[in-house]
Design a protein around this ligand. Sequence first.
Ligand code: SUG
Length: 438
Amino acid sequence: MSAAREWNFDGLVGLSHSYAGMAHGNLAAEQHAGQVADPRAAALQGIAKMRRVQQAGLAQGFLPPPLRPDWHFLHALGFRGAPGAVLDAAAREAPALLRAAWSAASMWTANAATVSPAADSDDGRLHLSVANLSSQIHRALEPRQREGHLRGVFAAAARFAVHAPLPGAPGLGDEGAANHTRLCADYGEAGVQVFVYGAQGQRFRARQARAASAALARRHGLAPKRCVYLEQSAAAIDAGVFHNDVIAVGDRGLYLAHAQAYSEPARARAEVEAACRAAGVPLRWVEASAQDFPLADAVGSYVFNSQLLDDGAGGTWLLGPQTLREYPRVVRWLEQLVEEGVLSRWETMDLKQSMQNGGGPACLRLRVVLDAAGADALLPGAVATPAQLDALEAWVRRHYRDRLALEDLRDPALAQECAEAQQALAELMGWPELLACH
Ligand code: SUG
């Protein structure tokens, strides 16, 4: 596999983006619970990020939001009748479940699936395993529709293998690429895959199970000696690191992490180093020490939740959230990385609407390595060309509200608006089958 590139598939933010405070262990989401959201701004901020990456010469795609509310879920819970009656009864009898049914958390496509490039798999196909997201009710609703989206975008079975989610059982929690990093010499060459699972915190539960990560490696046909499993430290989980991508990020041979990310830090690093050495992957492991900045600043700034992107000249640049500028020690650390040549540059973008729910730049994208033939086999409507981004922006301006409070989730007009927007999105993508994913 030569001339492979990394694609970023961002999640298009849905019309029902809200602050429902549903994500346990996610400090930003808990802190903003009950605030009024601006779905239109959220979606436009996401599109602006896609445009920035696309303009930098990188390959960009997007995944549609699932239809909301999730009527299957509400009907399965026993709410019956016309849409207004279902929403009313759910608002009265099970408001938390109603909020889950409306969740727009699918925007964070780093949790959509775990992806193994063709160069790493024993059958030479790209493998994608839909994440079960079983640790939180509102997120566990995503995989049903998401599987349909991934089967549509990556439909060419000779090149792509889309796997159904693992059973959503205790001990098999899987949150997708947010807990997975691939290291390689270059995108098209065989790499090492780092899977991170959780230790039990005192305050918060771990979301990713080791057994799930191991199952993904088996399904994807990965060579065991090219897989490493690292345990997140309980201290990190308790400090608000609900996914590994809140505390570490990698690109090709570069791995940035906070020193307190893993249970046995020296061993974690040694294992990744050994696997990379054996695989011929030139690893540059860069740690921020607790003196550089504490765990609390890593979580507050979301610096590790940045995108590390190919600068086209063999180097890596960092696209981070604007919030990190409020943390002088984090900024100093980034400046130092540029001085040392670890990064060629860094910049930030305003993603406030997503950030207030604990979703930074890295959460909003799913990385997929594709060669030219793989790229040609994608669903064309999911490719974020400049024209498609213009069309998406116009679509958002036409269909989205700029104010959404939790009381609005009982409004049947919002459900109607979502259905109409989904219909228009299917047309915009030239993909009528989107409407069958509901
Ligand atoms: O699962 N927030 C998401 C944020 C996911 C971020 N993704 C990555 N780190 N890759 C979560 O915690 C908040 C929604 C709410 O509470 O209304 C939420 O689901």
